[in-house]
Ligand binder design. Structure first.
Ligand SMILES: Nc1ncnc2c1ncn2[C@@H]1O[C@H](COP(=O)(O)OP(=O)(O)OP(=O)(O)O)[C@@H](O)[C@H]1O
Ligand SMILES: [Mg+2]
Length: 283
């Protein structure tokens, strides 16, 4: 059994922690003082309008971007660059080198990080390719695959690395509605089987409710935390139910028609909400 990291207070420590993260590009402030904790097995969603800094936060968690202020840590250690413990799946279909077959694409990071022998990498890659439903396509090249199939390859490549956190930036946004739904369903099924930790970015309220068990709502540019909510009660089957619609409407109002002056919820104000079956907004 693996060791559980326990905080000095006796509670379970977060796997990934963002504390007061402000991100800047030159004079542009992308996020301001954003804090959140992701626990092992969470499907944690960053939700907010275009330009609020969701991708920037994900890149900071991946170690591609350094915070101007605040910090991000994983397993208690500061993130100071990319690492095999955090693998990203992007929205773009061109994230796979086109000259490599599906098998070679999935094997590539395993070989790069020298984790396993070539033989073992091939076996592990074949296993994950089958797990995402692409058995038989091992020797196909990306240009012969549909958008959904390419995203499956990217997911297989990421899961084969067995990262501590799987980072996904709008991975299904460029797919047609039916394929998107199917991919959401399959991601849910994979999570049920594997219970990996997911940090998922979307600007779709519905997708956030379907994919996430916890959702962080970010205000428009620069992104600040507006609210955090638990959404584990929702899935694709409940989409369209009155409860789902009410949650969608409430999130919409919080994002776009906040009552009173928009204020950011501090981390302390949100403390303890993870145990709550409901959710609360910033005051
Ligand atoms: N490489 C960059 N150079 C300069 N500014 C950037 C860069 N990347 C992002 N920004 C700016 O930072 C802000 C946040 O961008 P980011 O891409 O993180 O937002 P987002 O929430 O992911 O938006 P979207 O939903 O459209 O993907 C925006 O104002 C954007 O213009
Ligand atoms: Mg983005």
């Amino acid at each position: 059994m693996s060791l559980q990291i326990v905080s000095p207070t006796g509670g379970i420590a977060p796997l990934l922690r963002a504390e007061g993260v402000s991100l800047e590009y030159g004079s542009t402030r992308a996020t301001h003082n954003v804090s959140f904790d992701v626990y092992r097995g969470d499907r944690f969603v960053l939700l907010g309008p275009s330009g609020c800094g969701k991708s920037s936060l994900l890149k900071a968690a991946a170690g591609f971007v350094r915070p101007r202020a605040g910090s991000i840590s994983i397993n208690g250690a500061p993130v100071d660059g990319p690492g095999p413990d955090r693998i990203v799946v992007f929205q773009e279909f061109d994230q796979l080198p086109p000259w490599k077959s599906v098998l070679e694409n999935v094997m590539f990071p395993l070989l790069m990080t020298k984790r396993v022998s070539r033989h073992e990498a091939a076996e592990r890659a074949a296993h994950w390719i089958a797990r995402v439903g692409l058995g038989g396509f091992e020797h196909a090249h990306p240009h012969t695959l549909s958008g959904g199939m390419k995203q499956r390859v990217a997911i297989a490549r990421a899961l084969a690395m067995q990262p501590d956190v799987l980072l996904m930036d709008e991975p299904f946004a460029a797919l047609d509605a039916l394929t998107r739904r199917k991919m959401q369903e399959e991601l849910g099924r994979l999570w049920e089987e594997l219970r990996f930790t997911l940090l998922f970015v979307t600007h779709s309220i519905e997708e956030a409710l379907v994919v996430g068990n916890r959702i962080l709502l970010l205000s428009p540019h620069p992104g600040q935390v507006r609210a955090e909510l638990n959404s584990h009660q929702f899935d694709l089957a409940s989409a369209g139910s009155p409860e789902f619609q009410a949650a969608t409407q409430r999130i919409h109002n919080l994002l776009f028609n906040p009552v009173g002056p928009a204020q950011a919820a501090t981390h302390a104000e949100r403390a303890g909400q993870a145990a709550s079956p409901d959710w609360s907004a910033a005051p």
